[in-house]
Design a protein around this ligand. Structure first.
Ligand code: ATP
Ligand SMILES: Nc1ccn([C@@H]2O[C@H](COP(=O)(O)O)[C@@H](O)[C@H]2O)c(=O)n1
Ligand code: MG
Length: 208
């Protein structure tokens, strides 16, 4: 697995590529429940959950040279350049010791998608798509109460616009390749997870 813009970084990259990791991209609008369901999947199916948004927030708080840029992009609901996000994802994958990953909130646009494919040579096993109405997502985000700087109505509207214009085309890209597993995410958490479980449970273990 190569690092963005750094073809010489072969040692650490090689070890991850050799593991041939299983990657599931977890996509859906802001507040569709990606993080909530990923936590359940981790408990039941042994994946490591990597939220691109969480990694960017941690990078911002770490005092990194990219901190101010990341903070501004998040406040505006804009997508951070792929180079930054992919480096964070690669590092987290390598440090995890696992070979099964839920990559939540990534790829968010075509640039994210193409760069990850070029740099890592990893194709997702499938894409889990949490489909939810804007009305419901807005309700959830406004009552999330986690102190996120982007959970205000002004930024939420910007995030919805970016989702429609930049993220949905990525889902359509994978849809045309038969890789999308779409879930009705507008239902209660437990009901949504029943549908998620059916996707992750191997066919030979499913009840008749
Ligand atoms: N099915 C659901 N029904 C009602 N509330 C939910 C449901 N799923 C998640 N929530 C709540 O909605 C809020 C957003 O959920 P979550 O953080 O999982 O969404 P997300 O897709 O990761 O959002 P973001 O893209 O902003 O990170 C949380 O407060 C969560 O507890
Ligand atoms: N691939 C990504 C993912 C996220 N961001 C930025 O982080 C914000 C919050 O993301 P959540 O998934 O936690 O909602 C998002 O609005 C973007 O500003 C990104 O740039 N690239
Ligand atoms: Mg989230």
């Amino acid at each position: 697995m190569g690092t963005v813009g750094d073809a010489a970084n072969k040692d650490t990259n090689g070890s991850l590529a050799e593991k041939k990791p299983t990657v599931v991209f977890v996509l859906g609008g802001p507040g569709s429940g990606k993080g909530t369901q990923c936590a359940n999947i981790v408990q039941h199916f042994g994946f490591t959950h990597l939220s691109a948004g969480d990694l960017l927030r941690a990078e911002q708080k770490s005092g990194s040279e990219n901190g101010t840029m990341i903070q501004n992009m998040i406040k505006e609901g804009k997508i951070v350049p792929s180079e930054v996000t992919i480096k964070l994802l690669q590092k987290a994958m390598e440090e995890s010791g696992n070979d099964k990953f839920l990559i939540d909130g990534f790829p968010r646009n075509e640039e994210n998608r193409a760069a990850f494919e070029t740099v890592t040579q990893i194709e997702p096993a499938f894409v889990l798509f949490f489909d939810c109405s804007e009305e419901e997502m807005e309700r959830r985000l406004l009552s999330r109460n986690e102190g996120r700087e982007d959970d205000n109505i002004e930024t939420i509207r910007k995030r919805f616009k970016v989702f429609l214009e930049s993220s949905l085309p990525v889902i359509q890209h994978y849809e045309s390749r038969g890789k999308v597993r779409k879930i009705d995410a507008g239902r209660p958490i437990e009901e949504v997870f029943e549908s998620v479980k059916a996707i992750f449970t191997p066919k030979n273990e499913k009840a008749e």
